[in-house]
Ligand binder design. Sequence first.
Ligand code: ADP
Ligand code: ADP
Length: 199
Amino acid sequence: MLALRGVRKNYGPTEALRPVDLDLTGGELVVLTGPSGSGKSTLLMIAGGWETPDGGEVVPGAPLPDLPVARMSWADVGFVPQSISLFEELTLADNLALARGGPGGDELLAALDLTRLASRRPGEVSRGEQQRAAVARALVASPSLVIADEPTSHQDHQRALKVLAALRAAADRGAAVLIASHDPVAVGYADREVRLGAG
Ligand code: ADP
Ligand code: ADP
């Protein structure tokens, strides 16, 4: 689905990523672990195409021969940023509808305990609820690549399990799912754990 080849990233003198190789296959959930500052967020941003590496390349598994830039279409990548980043002026349901290109996602909202909150705006729900809505939004268009940065960081244990189950279900229907997490429970849902040291 996606391959990182010799990917490097520096922020000034900081080597955020030394050359990293990583293959992601459809149908698998990969959990990226490692200490704070080890480069997890940077790797996710590069894998999703939101950040440009200083060296190496990001190769989509299904090559797009006529495109000069190796990049998948936006609609085909679901992203849960650490910052959550919902549209504040839209209800949770409308945030999903925007991502999906139409209404729907009721099952996802239910699976993530959001049904009764669907008509609220992000400012009217808790941080944990916002985060689950961001997960729902990332999954609602059934993208082939899902990238989530600490998607259970604001959840209690029961809700963390629901978030992980939703991400697992996306992998089981064929998506490549890459998440960064400190949560040992997340590793239990993974096909593979990839540990990042200092970059
Ligand atoms: P993690 O997600 O594992 O905590 P990050 O990818 O956020 O790690 O950060 C890796 C390293 O790069 C850290 O040393 C961090 O301080 C640095 N870094 C990340 N983003 C920036 C930035 N925008 N500017 C400068 N340094 C950054
Ligand atoms: P927690 O911190 O346990 O996640 P909160 O205390 O933030 O929960 O929220 C508790 C309940 O109040 C949640 O169901 C949430 O939807 C609701 N709530 C939180 N903030 C607001 C708000 N600004 N306006 C309306 N409802 C809110």
